[in-house]
Structure formats: structure tokens, C-alpha cells
Ligand binder design. Structure first.
Ligand SMILES: Nc1ncnc2c1ncn2[C@@H]1O[C@H](COP(=O)(O)OP(=O)(O)O)[C@@H](O)[C@H]1O
Ligand SMILES: [Mg+2]
Length: 540
């Protein structure tokens, strides 16, 4: 343990239990005596309290740890620790209630599509459609609010990019963790204290286009670089992925349009719109719902502008909220809208045979069509078999309405069953025997699992497999820290239990087994998703 990690843990003593608790995803310190945590997407106030000086000391220690200034002159700090935890600090007097710090923790394991399926953020057919979008090189934007899971989804989708492609990633602060063999990663740099040396996302995009990319993956688009991104998408760089801050598919296009206008390029509005509409093929919207769960709420196709120059999108999959559970859980369902996307022909031509008309039919899954969905006005919408009557403008038959009526009850019953199953599983896991090769972790209360069983997934992001370097700041030449000060030191891990007659393994060997195990678990996910059959039940 380095001197810093030891001292930082000492400074952060009042919140140490939350740092070590894996179920806590974010710690928010709003001045010395107002500390909140996020668990399962829900905020709770804690009774943790710092002294004024202690908290300032913690902030300064973090700054020292990443080798960046945190002074009266530069009272804000953005930093990323080696495990990927993201820290932001604002000092008083700007922070009126005292030193303000937020620590966003990360998934301890690499996020996979399987994790999203387990969380009920997407369903297997949605995962299949997203995979098809990647394989057919659709230009795709992930949209949503802060903390809605955009970056997590971008990460997971990028991991589906085939290994033989040359991938260039551009971010403001490096969060993506890709493992393909041919990868070039760029991170922007703010200006130094003399206002010099800034390299922004636009500059890096400019370079990327000259570096023979097969794929460009852009973290959050939030400035004038958007115009160049749209141009790249329109000039043969298919399969570009990006995220942005917006709530609905059409809002996303409007947001990209206003970002394009920030580039200072003089173009008539309608030309910018046409660029945006033809650049983006698919918009995926994420949302953090009232119960703290994260859902993909829309997978929508972007159509050309209508005659009046307005954006047109059509929803392919949506999430519909139906009712609330006893503890405020949002109960609802993901379903296809019945609209068959126009890009489906390309996917079928590329051998993705699962995307039949029935794949897009809610009836295939025993679900009513979502009550509302954006349809591409003025285009000839193609509907799935059970909704063909809509093509002729006929009303839905009575049996569709009947299906919708029984839905809330059905969701509640299924939810109760799932809760009972989860509880049973939790109890069974709590009683399981700990295998020698995979010791139970020291902290976090993670239950042991039988040898060979898949690693359980849980909320939070995994530590990057190579150290995530903190976003560089101005004249800072200090190398990134090598160890996360927020993690408890290795040595505190208790020796693994050795079953009777078992062999005690060295720490090195255990590490290797763990790494191999990880690889096997994550490597298999893609395959499993690709082959997953369409379910008949409701997924939440
Ligand atoms: N599908 C999901 N289910 C549950 N938690 C999630 C999901 N996706 C992301 N998270 C958690 O939500 C937080 C925010 O995720 P992130 O992807 O950084 O959001 P954004 O990029 O939209 O701000 C992280 O703590 C992450 O672990
Ligand atoms: Mg993000």
C-alpha cells in the first residue's frame, strides 16, 4: 500500500464502510455533515460526518494522489482513480455548504450484455437487434440523462465490434474498456493555465479520420465536434457509435443539431438537419426510472426528414410502464412496437436470419403492442403480422385490448414470483460452500458460489483491465497512480478457506485462475446472446 492510499483511506474514514460496500454505487459529500449514498439507484442520507479540515484534507489528498492542482485558483478537480472511480471536487466558497465531493464507483466486473439482461435493462430480442445494428455498421447514438447508463451501454455495444476491425476511440475522459486487438484510444486535453495546449474532441476526430478507422467510437458528444462527427458518419464511416445527453429519439436529433451549430460552421439550418437525419441510423435511449433501475426505453430508427424538414423516427422496441410494485418498483414491459425497421433488409442480406417479421411482432412474445409509439409519419410503415391491419388504417381488434387489460395483474404476479425466486437463490447461495480456488472476498458481503458456476453480475462498473489513466489536466505530467487508494489493501484479505484434504494455492496462482475464469465468463457472453431464443414471457 502506498503512502497516499493509506493516508487517503484515513482521511476518508467516515465514509470507508461505503467505499468498501459493493452495493453502494455513488457517495455524495455535500459539505462535512451532509453525506448521501446511492444504492440500487436510490439515494439515502447517512449519518457520516467529517470535520471541516478533515474533508478539505481528503480533497487535497485526492488531488495529490492524481497529481493535479486543487487550490483557491483552481478550486475544481475532475479525477479518475485506477479502479475507474470517478471523483469530482468543488471547494468553498463556490461550494456554499463546504467542500463538495462525489465519488462514482464502478462495476467490479466488466459489463456484459448478460448483465444488462439480468438487470432487465434490455430483453434478448433487443440485445439481438443491437448486435445486428453493430454488425451491419449502423451509425448509432446512445442517449439519456446523467447516470442513465449510456456509457455502460456504449461500452457493452462496442465490445461487440468484430475483432478484425481497426477501432479508434475518442473521449473527454477515458471510460471505455475495449479488448479488441486493434485499438487506438484518444483522450482530449484541456488548456493549461496559460490557456495553451488544448486538444479537443474535434481535433482528435480530425486525426482519427486520417488514421484509417474501421470504427470510430466517441464518448459523450457535447460540443461543436458534433458537426465533424455527422460529416464523418455521412462520408462512409459507417458503424460509428457515440453518446449524448437527451431523453427521446427526436430530442436526440435536435440536440445533435444544436451541437452542430456550436461548431461555428456557417450552414443553413435545413442543411444541418439533413446531415443529422442522414448520418444517424439508430437512436437508443436509456433512462433511470423512479425506482432507480436503468432501462433502455427506446430503440428507434431514424428516417429521412419529412417534406416540412422535420425529423422523423420510428420506434422499434419501447419500454412501457404499467404499474408499481409494493415497494415502489416500476413494473412494465419491453416489447417490439410491431413496426418493421427499413434497415432489416440489409441485416437479412448479411445473414442475420433471426430478424423475421415475427421477431418484430409483440404477439410472438405474448405481449400487447405498446400503447404509444412514434411511427414514421408519411412513410409507408410496415407492420408485423398481428398488426397488419394497421397498414390499412383499421382499428385494433378486441383481443388486443383484452390483453392490455390483464397486463398489470400479470406483471404483479410475475414480479412476486421473481422476488420469491431471488430470495430463495440468495438463501441458497448464502449457505453454499466456499471453494478453495476462489476464496470469498474480504469485503462486500459477496456470497460464495459453487466452483464453475458463472460469476454473478451486480450493479456498478468493473475496474478497467488495464489501469484507466485519469483525464489529463493542463501542465500535469505526473504519471497516473498505479493503485486505487480507495480499495482496501490486498493484505487484509483473509486467507482462503482450505477444505479438508484440499491444497492451499499461492496468491499468484489464484490470481491467474481468477483472470482465466473472468476471460471464460466474459468471452462466452457474446455467443450466448447470439443464440438466445426468443422468450415467450414478459421481461422486465
Ligand atoms: N443497466 C444498468 N443497470 C443498473 N445499473 C447500471 C446500468 N447501467 C449503468 N449502471 C450504473 O449506473 C451508473 C451510471 O452509469 P453510466 O453508464 O456511467 O451512466 P451515464 O454515462 O449515462 O452517466 C454507474 O454506477 C453504473 O454502474
Ligand atoms: Mg457517461
Amino acid at each position: 500500500m502506498t503512502m497516499y492510499s493509506e493516508s487517503l483511506r484515513a482521511f476518508l474514514k467516515p465514509v470507508l464502510p461505503y467505499l468498501d460496500d459493493e452495493s453502494v454505487t455513488e457517495i455524495m459529500i455535500n459539505g462535512p455533515t451532509d453525506v448521501w449514498i446511492e444504492r440500487k439507484g436510490k439515494l439515502t442520507k447517512t449519518d457520516a460526518a467529517f470535520s471541516e479540515e478533515g474533508l478539505l484534507g481528503a480533497a487535497r489528498n485526492m488531488a495529490q494522489f492524481v497529481g493535479r492542482p486543487l487550490t483557491d485558483e483552481r478550486p475544481r478537480l475532475d479525477a479518475r482513480l485506477p479502479d475507474g472511480s470517478r471523483i469530482h471536487v468543488v471547494l468553498p466558497p463556490m461550494a456554499k455548504r463546504g467542500t463538495t465531493i462525489s465519488i462514482r464507483k464502478f462495476f467490479k466486473e466488466r459489463p456484459t450484455i448478460q448483465a444488462l439482461l439480468n438487470f432487465g435493462s434490455v430483453t434478448p430480442p433487443m440485445a439481438k437487434l443491437l448486435e445486428a445494428a453493430i454488425v451491419t455498421k449502423a451509425n448509432l447514438v446512445v442517449a439519456g440523462g446523467t447516470g442513465s447508463g449510456k456509457t455502460t451501454l456504449l461500452n457493452i455495444m462496442s465490445s461487440l465490434i468484430p475483432d478484425d476491425e481497426r477501432i479508434l476511440t475518442i473521449e473527454d475522459s477515458a471510460e471505455l474498456q475495449l479488448h479488441q486487438p486493434h485499438l487506438v484510444t484518444f483522450e482530449s486535453r484541456p488548456a493549461d493555465k496559460h490557456g495553451k495546449g488544448a486538444v479537443d474532441m474535434g481535433d482528435l476526430l480530425h486525426s482519427s479520420l486520417r488514421l484509417r478507422p474501421d470504427r470510430i467510437v466517441v464518448g459523450e458528444v457535447r460540443g461543436g465536434e458534433c458537426f465533424h462527427l455527422m460529416q464523418a458518419m455521412n462520408t462512409g464511416h459507417g458503424g460509428t457509435l457515440a453518446t449524448t445527453h437527451a431523453n427521446t429519439p427526436t430530442d436526440t436529433l435536435r440536440r445533435l443539431e444544436s451541437l452542430c451549430l456550436m461548431s461555428g460552421v456557417e450552414l443553413p439550418m435545413v442543411a444541418v438537419r439533413a446531415q443529422v437525419a442522414s448520418a444517424i441510423d439508430v437512436v437508443v435511449c436509456c433512462e433511470r426510472l423512479a425506482d432507480g433501475s436503468r432501462k433502455v426505453t427506446h430503440i428507434s430508427e431514424v428516417l429521412p426528414l419529412d417534406d416540412r424538414g422535420e425529423y422523423r423516427t420510428q420506434d422499434i422496441f419501447t419500454f412501457t410502464t404499467v404499474t408499481r410494485g409494493d415497494e415502489g418498483e416500476v413494473l412494465g414491459y419491453h416489447a417490439p412496437t410491431g413496426i418493421i425497421p427499413t434497415f432489416v433488409h440489409k441485416a437479412r442480406a448479411m445473414g442475420i436470419t433471426e430478424l423475421t417479421d415475427a421477431f418484430f411482432d409483440p404477439a410472438t412474445y405474448g405481449l400487447p403492442p405498446p400503447p404509444t409509439a412514434h411511427v414514421g409519419e408519411g412513410v409507408k410503415t410496415q407492420w408485423a403480422p398481428s398488426l397488419k391491419h394497421r397498414e390499412k388504417g383499421h382499428p385494433d381488434p378486441d383481443d388486443i385490448a383484452a390483453m392490455t387489460r390483464g397486463l398489470a395483474e400479470r406483471l404483479r404476479a410475475e414480479h412476486a414470483q421473481k422476488k420469491a425466486r431471488d430470495e430463495e437463490k440468495r438463501r441458497a447461495e448464502a449457505g453454499a460452500i466456499v471453494p478453495a480456488a476462489r476464496p470469498a472476498p474480504a469485503q462486500g458481503g459477496q456470497a460464495a458460489r459453487p466452483q464453475g458456476a458463472p460469476r454473478p453480475t451486480r450493479p456498478g462498473m468493473p475496474p478497467p483491465s488495464r489501469p484507466a489513466h485519469p483525464s489529463r489536466d493542463d501542465d500535469d505530467a505526473t504519471p497516473p497512480p498505479r493503485r486505487n487508494p480507495l480499495q482496501p489493501p490486498r493484505q487484509v484479505r483473509p486467507p482462503p478457506p482450505v477444505p479438508d484434504g484440499g491444497v492451499e494455492l499461492s496468491e499468484d496462482l489464484r490470481e491467474e485462475i481468477r483472470a482465466r475464469d473472468d476471460e471464460a465468463t466474459t468471452g462466452g457472453d457474446r455467443e450466448r446472446t447470439a443464440l438466445r431464443p426468443i422468450p415467450s414471457g414478459i421481461r422486465r
